[in-house]
Design a protein around this ligand. Structure first.
Ligand code: NAP
Length: 262
């Protein structure tokens, strides 16, 4: 067990799969008491089993981030589990994908993506800031943006808009939160091989997944996709005191995707 987050009380939304799961497991391995807040009960409980099997402390709380009451209740449960009533680290990670140019995106599609990816993050930020201020300040908020917030990628109108807004929200919030000792940063992953991307490959390239994967691999300077653990390592760093001077940043974790062409 590490000690980089020893005694911290953390929440990871969307912690039942992919990047959220890897981050929840790493947070706990670094000494945090972790609440996994996810819609997916089976996935959330598996994450908690992994945490406990490694000797860490965690719990699953059924949460739909589009519902403010759910998020508020999950954060209260997290603070209770921690024992001190404090909440130290909030990772607003839950998100969904959507493939479509603007004229392939219905108003319902747009609302669905925004409800999870943007309103869900806003709910997490609102509840985190309220709690962190009430406890006398201090805390870390991580918001899940994406490399797509800084580069054009076709047929991602709603998704890109949601992630761009999360990045802008993060920077604006950091200004307001700094006087309270609250750090707010965003993660900007490139293509990370998780169930999210596996599902996209299956849906969009049925029978041609390997070919599609090869062309996606070629976009990174590494020639490889990232792993959930690559992003979790960045999340641990930003959540820890090692990142005390990092505020309002969007940390690229993208194998050079946004750096330039190989
Ligand atoms: P993932 O494997 O699909 O995990 C996302 C988790 O969030 C799932 O457990 C999902 O549950 C949950 N979730 C969805 N809607 C929710 C809601 N309304 N309330 C609570 N939980 C909800 O995805 P991932 O690849 O780890 O992605 C995590 C985040 O990183 C997302 O915000 C994504 O946009 C972002 N991101 C991913 C990549 C990538 O390449 N993978 C790149 C950049 C950014 P269900 O399974 O039940 O839906």
């Amino acid at each position: 067990m590490g000690v980089r987050l020893a005694g911290r009380v953390a929440v990871v939304t969307g912690g039942g799969s992919g990047i959220g799961r890897a981050s929840a497991v790493r947070f706990a391995a670094e000494g945090a008491v972790v609440t996994v807040a996810d819609l997916d009960e089976a996935g959330g409980r598996q994450t908690v089993e992994q945490i406990q099997a490694a000797g860490g402390r965690g719990q699953y709380v059924s949460t739909d981030v589009t519902r403010l009451d759910d998020v508020r209740a999950a954060f209260a449960d997290a603070a209770r589990l921690g024992g001190s009533g404090r909440l130290d680290v909030v990772f607003n990670n839950a998100g969904i994908g959507f493939v479509g140019a603007v004229d392939e995106t219905s108003p319902e599609d747009w609302e669905r993506v925004m409800a999870v990816n943007l309103r869900g993050v806003y709910h997490g930020c609102l509840c985190a800031v309220e709690r962190m201020k009430a406890q006398g300040g201090g805390g870390v908020i991580l918001n899940m943006s994406s490399a797509i917030a800084t580069m054009g990628l076709g047929r991602r109108a709603a998704y890109a808009a949601s992630k761009g807004a999360v990045y802008a929200l993060t920077r604006s919030m950091q200004v307001d939160c700094a006087p309270f000792g609250i750090r707010v940063n965003a993660l900007m992953p490139g293509t990370i091989l998780t169930p999210f991307v596996e599902g996209y490959l299956k849906r969009s390239f049925a029978g041609r997944e390997e070919e599609a994967l090869a062309s996606i691999r070629a976009r990174q300077l590494t020639g490889e996709l990232g792993t959930a653990e690559d992003v979790a390592s960045a999340a641990v760093f930003l959540a820890s005191d090692e990142a005390r001077f990092i505020m309002g940043a969007g940390l690229a974790v993208d194998g050079g995707l946004t750096t330039g062409k190989p």
